[in-house]
Design a protein around this ligand. Structure first.
Ligand code: HEM
Ligand code: NAG
Ligand code: NAG
Length: 494
C-alpha cells in the first residue's frame, strides 16, 4: 500500500517537473516576463488595479518587450518609443487586428471600423479616411463648424460670470456636437431633449466600457451573460445610440440625391449605391450605423478629456497661460475669427497644447491588438492570438526622448529661438495600420477650442484653492478628478 502511495507521489512530482520544464523551454523564446501561473495568470503580479506604475515597474524589470499571461492568453507589452514604434510600424500588418472580447462582439458584431477586422475593416477604414478628408475641404468644411462650436462653448462659459463651475459637461457636449456636425450634418442645441438623451446613453456606455464591471464581464462572460447588472444597462444604452443613428440614416435617405453630399452619412449612402453590384462590398446600413457609433466612441471622450486637462493645467500654471494669451493677442489683434492655419504664427500656444496632450495623455495604454500570425520580434517568439499592448503613454514620457518627462514643460516643443518643433516621440494618435482615423479632425478641433477659450478667458483657481489635483482617475482612460474653476472674461465686449 505504502509503495503504491510513494509511486503515485513520485509520478505526480515527475509530471509536474515535466510540465515546469516544458514551460521553461517554451519561455526561453517567449519574451521575458513574470512566471506563468494557471488560471489567474501573471495578472496577480500586475495587481488587478492595473495602473501606470505597474506597467513601468515590470518594464524596468523585464525590458521594453515583455509578456504576461491572462489565464492562458499571452499578453505582450511594448514599452517606450523604440519598442512601440517597431511593433506598430515594422509589424504593422502582423499586429493590425483588434481583440474582439465577448462584450465587444455582443454589441459591435464585427462591424464598423474600430471593432472590425479583415476585409470589412480594410474597406470601412479606407472609406472613413477618404471621407474625413473630403469633409475637411470646401467652404462649409469642418473647420467652420468647429469654429461655430467653439464660439458656443465660449458663450456657455461666459454665462458662469467668472464663478466657479465644472467645465466637464459643457466640453463633452460641444465636442459631441462636432461629431454630430461631421456625421449628421447638423448640430443640436444643448437643451434639445433628444440630444440630452443621446448624450446620456452614450456617456453611460463609455463609463461602463472603462469600468471594473466591464473587466469582470470580459473575464466571466458565460456567467455574467445570465445575470442582471450594469452590462445590461450598457447594452440597452448602446442599442439606443444605434437606433438614434438608424433614424438619422432614414432621414438622410429621404433627401438623398437632392444635394451634394455634405456629411458622413451622405457620402456613405452614395458609396452604397456605387457598389450595389459589387459582391465584395461591405457597404451596407449595418456597417454604416456602426461606423457612426465608432466615430462617437473614438471622437468624443478623447478630445473632451484632453480639453478638461488643458483647462486644469492652465489654471495651475498662470504664467504659462498668460504667455500663451499674450501671444494670441499680439499675433491676432482684433481679428474676430482665427483658423487652424494660424497655429503656425502661434508657436508658444501650439507648444503648450502639445505638451498638455503629452503630459496628461488620456489613454492608460494604447488600443489593444491581436497578433494575426506567429511573429518573431527581436528574436522572441510571439504566438498567433497573443494580445499586443503598445503602451503609447510610455512613449510620451520616454526619458530617452523627453528632457523632463514627468514635468509640464512646453519647451519640449520649442527650439532655442522659440520656434515650434515636432517631436518624433509625440505619438498620441498611435502609428501604423490602425493609426487614429480622426487625427486631423482632433488636431484642428483641439487647437481651435483651446485658442478660442484662452483668448476669451483667464482660467483661475476658485478662491482658497491652491492647486487643482493633477492625479488622474485611472481607468482605460485617464480622466482628471472632477474640478471647478473660474473662467473670468478677458473683456466685457466678447
Ligand atoms: C485627442 C484626441 C484623440 C486621440 C488622442 C486619439 C487617439 C487614438 C489612438 C491612439 C487610436 C489607435 C488605437 C490603436 O492603435 O489601435 C485611435 C483610433 C481611432 N480614432 Fe482616435 N483619437 C482622438 C480623436 C479622434 C477623433 C476626433 C476621431 C474621429 C471622429 C477619432 C477616430 C478614431 C477611429 C475611428 C479609430 C479607430 C481606427 C481603427 O481601428 O482602424 N479619434 N485614436
Ligand atoms: C524597421 O523598419 C525601418 C524602416 O523600414 C528599418 O530602418 C529598421 O531597421 C526596422 N527595424 C527593425 C528592428 O527591423
Ligand atoms: C472579390 O474578391 C475575390 C476574392 O477576394 C476576388 O477574386 C474578386 O476579384 C473580387 N471581386 C471584385 C468585383 O472586386
Amino acid at each position: 500500500m505504502e509503495v503504491l502511495w510513494l509511486m503515485l507521489v513520485a509520478l505526480l512530482v515527475c509530471l509536474l517537473s515535466l510540465h515546469f520544464l516544458r514551460q521553461l523551454r517554451a519561455q526561453r523564446s517567449y519574451p521575458p516576463g513574470p512566471l506563468w501561473l494557471p488560471v489567474i495568470g501573471s495578472i496577480w503580479r500586475a495587481g488587478l488595479k492595473a495602473d501606470t506604475d505597474t506597467v513601468s515597474k515590470l518594464a524596468k524589470r523585464y525590458g521594453d518587450l515583455y509578456m504576461l499571461w491572462l489565464g492562458h492568453i499571452p499578453v505582450v507589452v511594448l514599452f517606450g518609443y523604440e519598442a512601440v514604434k517597431e511593433g506598430l510600424i515594422n509589424h504593422s500588418d502582423d499586429f493590425d487586428e483588434r481583440v474582439l472580447t465577448p462584450f465587444l462582439k455582443l454589441f459591435a458584431n464585427g462591424e464598423g471600423i474600430i471593432f472590425s477586422n479583415g476585409h470589412t475593416w480594410k474597406q470601412q477604414r479606407k472609406f472613413g479616411i477618404t471621407t474625413m478628408r473630403k469633409l475637411g475641404l470646401g467652404k462649409k468644411g469642418m473647420e467652420h463648424q468647429i469654429e461655430e462650436e467653439a464660439h458656443q462653448l465660449v458663450e456657455t462659459f461666459a454665462r458662469e460670470k467668472g464663478q466657479p463651475f465644472d467645465p466637464a459637461m459643457p466640453i463633452f457636449n460641444s465636442i459631441s456636437n462636432v461629431i454630430c456636425a461631421v456625421v449628421f450634418g447638423h448640430r443640436f442645441p444643448v437643451e434639445d431633449k433628444e440630444f440630452i438623451k443621446l448624450m446620456g446613453d452614450f456617456y453611460g456606455l463609455l463609463t461602463f466600457l472603462c469600468s471594473v464591471d466591464h473587466m469582470v464581464y470580459e473575464l466571466f462572460p458565460w456567467i455574467m451573460k445570465r445575470l442582471p447588472g450594469p452590462h445590461r444597462k450598457a447594452l440597452a444604452s448602446a442599442e439606443a445610440v444605434l437606433s438614434f443613428a438608424r433614424k438619422e440614416v432614414e432621414k438622410h435617405k429621404e433627401h438623398h440625391g437632392a444635394h451634394e453630399p455634405q456629411d458622413f452619412i451622405d457620402f456613405y449612402l452614395s458609396q452604397m449605391k456605387k457598389s450595389e453590384n459589387d459582391p465584395n462590398s461591405t457597404y451596407n446600413e449595418e456597417n454604416l450605423v456602426h461606423c457612426i457609433f465608432d466615430l462617437f466612441i473614438a471622437g468624443t471622450e478623447t478630445s473632451a478629456l484632453t480639453l478638461q486637462w488643458a483647462l486644469l493645467l492652465l489654471a495651475n500654471h498662470p504664467d504659462i497661460q498668460e504667455k500663451a494669451h499674450r501671444e494670441i493677442e499680439d499675433v491676432l489683434g482684433s481679428s474676430q475669427i482665427f483658423h487652424y492655419q494660424d497655429r503656425k504664427k502661434l508657436p508658444y500656444t501650439n507648444a503648450v497644447l502639445h505638451e498638455i496632450e503629452r503630459f496628461r495623455y488620456i489613454f492608460l495604454l494604447g488600443g489593444p491588438r491581436q497578433c494575426s500570425k506567429d511573429v518573431n520580434m527581436r528574436g522572441f517568439f510571439i504566438p498567433k492570438g497573443a494580445i499586443i499592448i503598445p503602451d503609447l503613454r510610455s512613449v510620451l514620457c520616454d526619458p530617452t526622448h523627453w528632457e523632463t518627462p514627468e514635468e509640464f514643460n512646453p519647451n519640449h516643443f520649442l527650439d532655442e529661438d522659440g520656434n515650434f518643433v515636432e517631436r518624433e516621440a509625440f505619438l498620441p494618435f498611435g502609428a501604423g495600420a490602425r493609426v487614429c482615423l480622426g487625427e486631423q479632425l482632433a488636431r484642428i478641433e483641439l487647437f481651435i477650442f483651446f485658442a478660442n477659450l484662452l483668448r476669451a478667458f483667464t482660467f483661475q483657481l476658485p478662491e482658497g484653492v491652491k492647486e487643482l489635483n493633477t492625479d488622474p482617475i485611472v481607468r482605460l482612460t485617464l480622466a482628471p478628478r472632477p474640478y471647478k474653476l473660474c473662467a473670468v472674461p478677458r473683456n466685457s465686449s466678447s
